[in-house]
Ligand binder design. Structure first.
Ligand code: SF4
Length: 541
């Protein structure tokens, strides 16, 4: 088919490789061009792990090590007011956060035990489930990294491209392959992308991070609207089950929801289309300013029609079939918490750790329960929750009792425990302005005490800074860390949502709620909604 060429913009160069604009336009582009970031692994193995933190070259420490899932932690004791005033090296601790990618949110029992043991042995027992189905460990020393990699890779896990300007973890439905109401199982496409393209030097220097989501669940359980590319399960009237393609979603400071290309792809086509989209991003993506380097800006400038033409004409070499829009998900929750029947007579059991915070020891205890329940499959969700698959009917109650005794509620999870998420925040994150995890944990406890009968689905998301790692713009109540009179506080976004209520919340300008007033404020908002809501109305409507 005829190729579509997109003319370069007349204005100043944006660093778009497709137009020969290869000159690095900022420091990040420079270090990426000087040496493929994936090559830092050899230096970590051969030099840095042997000679220690002080031996790490600055452009590796704050640049390339991210491609192997390593970020320096925030030095303890530096308050949020200093975040923007200090040089990056002044915020660097000598310990690292290590992100373990769990593509599709999938962990086997052996993988779960391995991560748990690494946390206990090397990470002071820390472990957080993230809202992108990863597990993050803290307090990692560079000296221990090669041994950690050896143990992870021995069981099929990896930290490769868990961070950095590259294809990050591929999100997948936590209940892929087992859900009774599944449209299509996207697992083979997740595996094909990970096995063939993660660590591929053709895609290790993208303008910025690239986020992928694939789910055949009618519940839209991977937040597809905020990914760079997403494949959403749908049934084509003639071709049967497949996927609807979305591009250009992303939050942070210029939030945009993804848009449909109107194209239907089969399970087998997903990897090729993925390669096409990521290649467009690599070749045409803007590289001059980091703040404009996500795919969403290119999609916003081109529009979905032009994007699809370029994808088909320049990258796939064939036209995609038009496809139907996915039906809206059923209302209510999509976190998979609770006990649910599978398609094979067994059950999956979802639990709600508080804001994703667990520990190595807790993971070890969880692994014991999973084993006793006869399961080999644990799944992480994009709501910082955990699901155990393949539980026989007679094993369900003992498992639920065991989980609840560990503080991982299944049937007893309150709506606030289920619906509240928090990013890493000032405890470990160098960009944070305020505390998040501990604050959110306190908030949940307060709301459970004050509103014990409130059971409507509600999402309350806390970020430590404007970067939106915890998706504040798509929460019913989004709380963005911002100092209030020099003290911790939160700017409020109300009315965002995903799925049935997809949309970006509205910022209540001028309002900064001091941290200690947060429980009072959220209680007031929640009570008001509860008093005024119509039958069946959800918070974001
Ligand atoms: Fe750090 Fe900000 Fe992301 Fe929270 S939202 S983890 S504070 S960068």
């Amino acid at each position: 088919m005829a190729q579509t060429r997109i003319a370069p913009p007349a204005a100043r160069a944006e660093g778009q490789w497709a137009f020969g604009q290869l000159e690095p336009l900022n420091g990040n582009e420079l270090f990426k061009q000087q040496d493929d970031a994936l090559n830092v692994r050899q230096r970590i193995e051969d030099v840095y792990s042997r000679e220690g933190f002080a031996s790490i070259a600055p452009e590796d420490l704050r640049g390339r090590m991210r491609w192997w899932g390593l970020y320096t932690q925030r030095k303890p004791g530096i308050d949020g007011g200093k975040t923007a005033t200090l040089e990056p090296h002044e915020l660097d601790d000598e310990f690292f956060m290590l992100r373990v990618r769990c593509d599709g949110g999938a962990l086997s029992l052996q993988q779960l035990r391995t991560v748990a043991d690494i946390s206990v042995e090397f990470g002071r027992g820390t472990a957080d489930v993230t809202d992108r189905q990863n597990i993050q460990l803290h307090w990692i020393r560079v000296e221990d990294v090669p041994e950690i990699w050896r143990r992870l890779e021995a069981v099929g896990l990896s930290t490769q491209e868990a961070c950095g300007d590259c294809p990050r973890v591929v999100l997948g439905s936590p209940v892929a392959g087992v859900a009774a109401d599944e449209i299509i199982d996207g697992t083979p496409a997740v595996r094909a992308i990970v096995d063939n393209y993660i660590g591929d030097p053709r895609f290790s220097n993208l303008p910025r991070k690239f986020k992928t989501a694939i789910s055949g669940s009618p519940h839209h359980d991977v937040a597809h609207e905020i990914n760079d590319v997403a494949f959403v399960g749908v049934v084509h009237p003639e071709l049967g089950p497949g996927f609807d393609v979305w591009v250009g979603g992303g939050l942070s400071t210029n939030p945009k929801l993804g848009v449909r290309l109107g194209a239907f792809v089969t399970l087998e086509q997903v990897p090729d289309v993925w390669v096409g989209v990521v290649s467009i991003f690599r070749d045409y993506g803007y590289r001059r300013l980091r703040t404009r380097a996500r795919l969403k800006f290119l999609v916003a400038d081109w529009g979905p029609e032009v994007f699809r033409q370029v994808l088909e004409g320049e990258y796939l070499g064939y036209a995609l079939v038009d496809g139907p829009e996915p039906p809206p998900p059923p209302g209510g929750r999509r976190d998979h918490v609770g006990v649910h029947p599978q398609n094979d007579g067994s059950f999956y059991v979802g639990m709600a750790p508080t804001v994703g915070r667990i520990s190595g020891e807790l993971l070890q205890q969880l692994a014991d329960l999973v084993e006793a329940a006869g399961s080999d499959k644990v799944r992480l969700t994009v709501e910082q929750k955990i699901v155990v698959l393949d539980v026989a009917p007679d094993k369900v109650d003992p498992l639920v009792e065991g989980l609840e005794a560990l503080g991982l509620p299944v049937r007893a999870a309150s709506t606030f425990r289920r619906g509240t998420m928090a990013c890493t925040g000032i405890e470990f994150c160098k960009l944070a302005i305020v505390e998040t995890k501990a604050r959110a944990t306190h908030l949940i406890g307060e709301l459970e005490d004050r509103l014990p009968t409130f059971d409507q689905p509600i999402t309350i998301n806390l970020n430590g800074c404007p970067n939106s790692c915890a998706r504040i713009q798509t929460a019913d109540i989004g709380l963005k860390g911002a100092l209030a009179g020099g003290e911790d506080g939160y700017q409020v976004h109300l009315g965002g949502g995903l799925g049935l209520t997809s949309g970006l919340g509205k910022t209540l300008r001028g309002l900064r709620v001091p941290a200690e007033e947060l429980p009072d404020y959220i209680e007031r908002v929640t009570r008001k909604f509860d008093e005024q809501r119509l039958e069946g109305e959800l918070f974001a409507q």
